[in-house]
Design a protein around this ligand. Structure first.
Ligand SMILES: C[S@@+](CC[C@H](N)C(=O)[O-])C[C@H]1O[C@@H](n2cnc3c(N)ncnc32)[C@H](O)[C@@H]1O
Length: 475
């Protein structure tokens, strides 16, 4: 999955204002350390509204426009001054308002249809020469500081349309386009090679009719189907969209998720599941248990921790289908014991059956009941101390479990507490989810505990972004 930032604004009007504010800030910012600044403009309703918002903003006076160069991502191949030209619209919306502040030589429109420029190819060639003239270090285009792109409902950007041969142009920064599915049929466009030279690419899209293309592009669709997926900046790619255009994005995996899953997959040979582990997972799924067991890599971590401290006695809170239980049980010697606490009798039954089939039944006790009650009972019975505890039940009770578990373990014991980051929600004091509040109470309790040393490791993987706390009871 390619890294893209997505910023959602309430509607198209706010979007245009916000992009204008962002653009002005970027210009001022870049001018504090680099000149000249190169910006590629786009047309379209929001693109032109953005330019009008720049013109209306008092912040525009903070920009030294004499050091700003304006380019276009594409142009309709029609005569100079034609109202359809992006250049014409940009002049009306912004460039005319800037007056002498922006020298005419800083404006680089794609040449319009004329006797001297009779074809889109002639315009593209002239435009490529102009781009090369302003580039440095042997590049063919300037390193655009901001390259603005609109996106059509079909996913096109600049004049690079789905399925069109212009998508595959290499070795050129511009291309003459014929047979555009959107009128007029003749256009001039930057190629992907030129787009990819931009430091920052900002794709701007508003409206429900673009929602499908936004979601497809953000989930790395094929550029031949969704050209916008190929709009990527060297340093940063930002999608600036309104709520309507973003409405299908939730269905796409969050940024990073596909990558995290792929990395888990890449390292999976290290934490290889054998048939028994796979069967435990399948049994749980077949019985309708939720898919909330640890991942193979996390299971392997638990096993390594248990082995590395020579654990003989393990306590687990939250059995589910027995998946983490099996990873842990396999770390135990023949006379070891694993006590796993589960509130749901049906879960416990699935786990017992799976663990018996995996050949570890003699090592494991699955105890049905609320963990807090079972822990009290274990304490009252004076059980032999545990060497390792894996806490993976309800998060609301974590602080209480911490107090209950510590008297049941030996000095030097490890306590692993899962899911304490919760996608980062843990840092929000007012978060409405009582599981998050449970983790926060646990973290506060932990800070006050002199008897343990502890750390929290944030994790990403096939089950998203979370993390675990690792505690060691002091000797
Ligand atoms: C995240 S799952 C455990 C996953 C398991 N450790 C694994 O990785 O294979 C949480 C389990 O805790 C159980 N649970 C929830 N509240 C509990 C409670 N108060 N006492 C004991 N178990 C509880 C749930 O029924 C569920 O089966």
């Amino acid at each position: 999955m390619t890294a893209r930032d997505v910023v959602v604004h309430p509607d198209a009007t706010v979007l245009a204002e916000a992009v204008a504010a962002r653009l002005l800030t970027r210009l001022v910012d870049v001018q504090s350390h680099r000149r000249p600044v190169h910006v590629v403009l786009t047309g379209g309703t929001v693109g032109i509204a953005t330019l009008a918002a720049v013109a209306a903003s008092p912040v525009r006076h903070a920009v030294d426009w004499s050091g700003v160069h304006l380019w276009w991502g594409d142009e309709r191949f029609v005569p100079d001054g034609h109202p359809d030209r992006n250049e014409t619209q940009a002049r009306t919306a912004l460039i005319d308002a800037l007056g002498d502040a922006l020298p005419a030589r800083n404006v680089h429109p794609m040449p319009a249809l004329s006797d001297d420029v009779p074809t889109p190819e002639a315009s593209a060639t002239a435009c490529a020469a102009e781009l090369a003239r302003w580039s440095s270090h042997g590049a063919h285009v300037p390193a655009f500081d901001v390259l603005l792109l609109g996106m059509g409902p079909d996913g096109h950007v600049a004049s690079l349309f789905p399925g069109h041969e212009a998508l595959d142009v290499v070795g050129a920064t511009t291309v003459g386009v014929h047979g555009s599915p959107k009128p007029p049929p003749e256009r001039v466009s930057l190629t992907f090679e030129a787009l990819h030279a931009a430091r920052e690419v900002w794709v701007v899209a508003a409206g429900a009719e673009k929602a499908g293309a936004v979601a497809a592009a953000l989930s790395d669709g094929d550029v031949h189907d969704v050209p916008a997926a190929g709009a990527l900046g060297l340093e940063r790619t930002v999608w600036l969209v309104d709520v309507a255009a973003a409405q299908e994005v939730a269905a796409a995996p969050p940024a990073g998720q596909a990558l995290w899953s792929a990395v888990d997959e890449y390292f999976s040979p290290l934490a290889q599941e054998d048939d028994a582990l796979v069967t435990v997972r399948h049994n749980a799924a077949q019985h309708g248990l939720p898919d909330i067991a640890v991942t193979p890599n996390q299971g392997a971590l638990l096993q390594i921790l248990a082995r590395s401290i020579g654990a003989r006695r393990v306590l687990e809170l939250g059995t589910l289908g027995g998946y983490s239980t099996l990873w842990l049980a396999r770390a135990l010697p023949d006379d070891g014991r694993l006590v796993s606490l589960e509130i749901d009798a049906a879960h416990a039954e699935v786990a017992r059956t799976s663990l018996a089939a995996a050949g570890v039944a003699q090592l494991v006790d699955v105890v049905v009941g609320p963990a807090a009650e079972t822990l009290d009972r274990l304490a009252a019975e004076g059980v032999e101390p545990f060497d390792l505890v894996f806490v993976d039940a309800d998060k609301q009770s974590l602080a209480r479990y911490l107090d209950q578990v510590l008297p049941l373990v030996r000095p030097g014991a490890l306590v692993v507490v899962d899911n304490v980051v919760r996608g980062g929600a843990v840092i929000e004091p007012q978060h409405p989810d009582d599981r998050v509040q449970g983790v926060r109470r646990f973290a506060e309790r932990l800070v006050d505990l002199p008897s343990v040393e502890a750390t929290v490791v944030q994790t990403v993987g096939s089950k998203g972004y979370d993390g675990f706390a690792l505690l060691r009871v002091k000797d």
